[in-house]
Design a protein around this ligand. Sequence first.
Ligand code: URA
Length: 206
Amino acid sequence: MDSNPAEMNWEELKQAALGCKKCRLCETRKTVVFGEGSPSARVMFIGEGPGKTEDETGRPFVGRAGELLTRIVENGMGLTRQDVYIANVVKCRPTVDQKGFKDRPPDPEETAACSPYLMRQIQLIAPEAIVTLGNPSTRFLLQTSTGITKLRGKWADYNGIPVMPTYHPSYVLRNGGEKSPLRRDVWEDIKMVMNRLGIPVRSPGT
Ligand code: URA
């Protein structure tokens, strides 16, 4: 039976994603990384796709980029990963030439095949705000080809849900890491989300 994600409940959606063969990424994945956190989260973070560690563990954002995202959530926002929801545009790891060595962004076909899962996740969670991390998730949700540098730090909208685009943690790590000005920009963007949700901003940074 090939049913429609838009009509599924959370468990049906998860099971459908875990068994998905709608694109070629299923041939090389170790695990499907559905997402993690609270299905009633107020804030949702959306990255691009699982990397090596995520593919091995089945959990989103648990590699180096994930450590930075976790610090943003925990030290910056004063929340836990279980308070928020963390997902990706695609649920299986995309690598260059499908060889399993070098990660790459999902291509349009992979995004089209996988996005019904993400769209239904957003609909079911109905977060008060979405933080898109980097170009693929920002471009997909906002249906734009504009780059993250122009879009970050400005509220946008996805089906009535406020969206705050910001840099992907991997991009921050590749460009100076903890000391990078990009890191400060991410914190400024996260503070806008906290202010909107009434989460007290108590620490000077993430
Ligand atoms: N990068 C992403 O975009 N998502 C992950 O889950 C891990 C790294």
